[in-house]
Write a protein that binds this ligand. Structure first.
Ligand code: GTP
Ligand code: MG
Length: 423
């Protein structure tokens, strides 16, 4: 089965929690803080891999989660990082976010994009020691990993694509010039999914794509429709096959007209793509019969059955592909860097102010908010991250309730920290 479009849910691993612990010493009431930090969660990375032919494995398995970090421990033992999860995808995979924005086009072997980041590990209490805070009793929770919905869409990367009516002999041709072994039969739509084959031409190699047959009206859904023309979009050249055999009811001339029209209905750029037009199954006709077809002189004449004309055709296709490559800008993949996640947002919800976003969650992400020392620290973070200023700007006044995550506290922009009351 050839799968060229999937929707995935990806989750970065959660960060491990930091821990609050103390080294006990005789004679010391509390001891020195020695709680270790949690490990960060693993990220999910998509990587272009030439050994992966389709998106099939993701069709059956649409949810992926990277490993979480482990928690910190006493004696300054830090948690282990979660492993990154690398998901291999075929060359030519486009990565599209839930708003339809393309953020990566993975065309080169090994090209990667971090699709979603793991959560940061929380810091242990040892990390919060400062001259003013010699024995912090709080630690940070781990952050949740990022979760995203993405669509992966595969657009094959072929140098040349075979286009023709069903039964025109496309699969027979690719099976003669490459190691591809598609099914071949004298009924239409034998080929239901694209096949790629590598053709050696002298010391060059070109990748040829055999795609399902195209008929008149494909643009409006006839036959297999236009779906598979997506895989010709990135081909540098087209090989248009026309078939004089009795398997076709349309004349070769008419086939060519219809094919070019369907290509331009899909994308006008395809009809303008450099192409070689080929008359297949030529051994069925005499020289006179071929002449009487009145075809343009530039048409190549081949027989995949006898092998006549195949070497010359492949040479011509390789030359054309080479020219297009030399003229065109290189088909490079890219990875767009997505805008940073909103640090925080402030909105009014009934009587409450609600602060959301990464910075907001980070500010209050401590293990024990009833600890006055922790509350003091949170108050400082709310100021430093600009959240207090943001609330004031939005119109919050002393005494208002402010909600961040599951925590509600009374707003007091002038508080010295320890006056903040957490509920
Ligand atoms: N006589 C003759 N028959 C051929 C030649 N090439 C292909 N055929 C026959 O034409 C029929 C169709 O061939 P395929 O290669 O399956 O055609 P296709 O274009 O891939 O067809 P679809 O996959 O249905 O689009 C088969 O019966 C082939 O044996 C040729 O050079 N000479
Ligand atoms: Mg076929």
């Amino acid at each position: 089965m050839f799968v060229d479009r999937v929707n995935l849910t990806l989750r970065g691993g959660n960060g491990g929690a930091g821990v609050s612990a103390f080294m006990r010493r005789k004679g010391l009431p509390k001891g020195r803080p020695n709680g270790g930090s949690g490990g960060s969660g693993g990220s999910i990375i998509l990587e272009a891999d030439a050994n992966v032919p389709t998106l099939l494995r993701y069709d059956r398995h649409p949810i992926w989660k990277a490993e979480g970090g482990t928690h910190g421990e006493g004696e300054l033992k830090h948690g282990k990082r979660g492993q990154n999860l690398v998901l291999p995808v075929p060359l030519g995979t486009m990565v599209i976010d839930k708003d339809g924005i393309l953020f990566a086009d993975l065309v080169e072997e090994g090209q990667q994009v971090v699709a979603c980041a793991g959560g940061k590990g929380g810091r242990g209490n040892a990390a919060f020691v400062s001259p003013a805070r010699k024995a912090p009793t709080f630690a940070e929770q781990g952050e949740y990993g990022e979760e995203i919905l993405v669509t992966l869409e595969l657009k094959l990367l072929a140098d040349a694509a075979l286009v023709g009516y069903p039964n025109a002999g496309k699969s027979t041709l690719i099976s003669r010039v490459s190691a591809a072994k598609p099914r071949i039969a004298d009924y239409p739509f034998t080929t239901l999914e694209p096949n790629l084959g590598v053709v050696k031409v002298g010391d060059r190699e070109i990748v040829l794509a055999d795609i399902p047959g195209l008929i008149e009206g494909a643009a409006s859904g006839k036959g297999l429709g236009h779906e598979f023309l997506r895989h010709t979009e990135r081909a540098r050249a087209l090989v248009v096959l026309i078939d004089p055999s009795s398997l076709q009811t349309d004349s070769p001339q008419r086939q060519l007209e219809v094919l070019l029209n369907e290509l331009s209905l899909h994308d006008p750029a395809l009809a303008a793509r450099p192409r070689v037009v080929v008359l297949s199954k030529a051994e069925l006709l005499s020289v006179e019969e071929i002449e009487s077809l009145g075809l343009d002189e530039s048409i190549r004449i081949i027989s995949a059955m006898t092998g006549a004309g195949l070497d010359d055709l492949m040479y011509e296709v390789a030359e054309l592909v080479g020219q297009v490559k030399a003229e065109a800008t290189e088909r490079e993949g890219y990875v767009l860097h997505r805008p940073l996640r909103d640090e925080f947002t402030v909105r009014r919800d009934g009587a409450e102010w609600v602060v959301e976003g990464v910075a907001a969650v980070r500010a209050v992400n401590l293990s024990d908010l009833t600890d006055p020392d922790a509350a003091d620290f949170v108050a400082q973070r709310l100021v430093a991250s600009g959240i207090v200023a943001g609330l004031v700007q939005a119109g919050a006044v002393t005494g208002d309730d402010v909600k961040i995550g599951s925590i509600v506290f009374t707003f007091d922009p002038d508080a010295e920290g320890d006056e903040e009351a957490f509920v």
